[in-house]
Design a protein around this ligand. Structure first.
Ligand code: KPL
Length: 327
């Protein structure tokens, strides 16, 4: 039983992991790291405002349910050894502006955001802090506000974004491995993040525009008519960014393979649109558009998808009920 397992694993000198962002991924870490070694960062409006423990039901990869309680971090008595940041890309800089003044400058900060751009913004804002980025294929969703589901077992790669992060990576990987998840040190985290960006750029906006599950994009004319051009644009931008990329044909096959493998999933972006929440389009296809602009390249498909997704969120009237999304 997870709770018993947590008790056995607790107090192993693993250090305290603070979690900023109580969405699906933050709750996945909160459920899997040993009990007594995690705390959620409170989002208080006033410094003395009481923040209750976070309690939820967790469904593990085998379909078993466990009750989870993760305490709220008490800054006056606790000092985290690692901070993992699982906020939405667009909320990250603001959340860290209020959190980092409380955190020792030597504590590693691990960024789990989707897409690209928010990680670079954090590393540029705090160049002297040990900032790391993570890319994960773990799937988690929240079918309702009380439940978090570990929907797909994956792997996680962690790499340094700032100079002072490099010597701390091994420790952080060891610390997070106590969750039982598969974690790797990644010497080339930018290429790894781009790999995930390609998948998200080729699936998420189509599902959001067509309002469908991942697998349903494969036969849709919008996808069929534009995916090759999208991949040509991605390869062109990557080349100008000085990154080696796979061929557009390989990218297309990989996007289709992931859409097939996750056919029944509601993508994170489709889920955001359905719930009337801001999407991460600016950090996915919007990021490609902005990097293309820096190199004077035309990326009409990425531009069109970015505009279409924004149109969907701008015109959204009534948020629909919660739907299972990916990380
Ligand atoms: O990462 C995803 C997401 O939804 O953001 C994919 C790979 C598309 C799986 O749903």
């Amino acid at each position: 039983m997870a709770d018993a397992q947590h008790r056995v694993k607790s107090g192993n000198g693993n250090g305290l992991v603070a979690i900023l962002g109580a969405g699906s991924l933050g709750r996945l870490w909160g459920a899997l790291l040993p009990m007594g070694t995690t705390a959620f960062i409170p989002r208080r409006h006033a410094p003395d405002e009481y923040e209750p423990d976070l309690t939820y039901r967790f469904q593990d990869g085998h379909g078993h349910y466990y009750p989870i309680t993760v305490p709220s971090l008490d800054w006056s008595t606790q000092s985290p050894d690692t901070l993992i940041v699982t906020t939405k890309a667009g909320d990250t800089l603001g959340a860290l502006e209020t959190t980092l003044p409380n955190l020792k400058p030597t504590v590693p900060v691990v960024l789990f955001q989707n897409g690209m751009g928010s990680q670079q913004a954090v590393a540029e804002r705090w160049p002297n802090r040990p900032i790391m980025a993570a890319s994960t294929t773990e799937g988690a969703n929240r079918p309702d506000s009380q439940t978090t589901v570990h929907a797909g077992q994956g792997e996680t790669w962690i790499g340094a974004l700032t100079h002072s992060a490099s010597p701390l990576i091994t420790n952080v990987v060891n610390q997070l491995e106590a969750s039982g998840l598969v974690i790797h040190e990644e010497p080339d985290i930018l290429t790894r993040l781009w790999g995930k960006l390609i998948i998200n750029a080729g699936i998420n906006p189509y599902t959001a525009i067509l309002d469908c599950a991942n697998g349903d994009i494969l036969d849709a004319p919008l996808f069929r008519d534009t995916i090759r051009q999208l991949c040509l644009e991605l390869a062109d931008v990557m080349h100008h960014e000085g990154l080696s990329s796979r061929s557009p044909e390989d990218m297309e096959s990989q996007i289709e393979a992931v859409a097939r493998k996750t056919a029944k999933n509601t993508s994170s972006m489709c889920s955001d649109v359905r719930r009337g929440k801001p999407t991460e389009i600016d950090y996915i296809n919007g990021y490609i558009v902005s990097r293309a602009g820096a190199h004077n390249l035309a990326v009409p498909v990425n531009q069109m998808l970015t505009e279409q997704v924004k149109l969907r969120t701008d015109t959204q009237q009534e948020p629909q009920p919660d739907t299972p999304g990916a990380t």
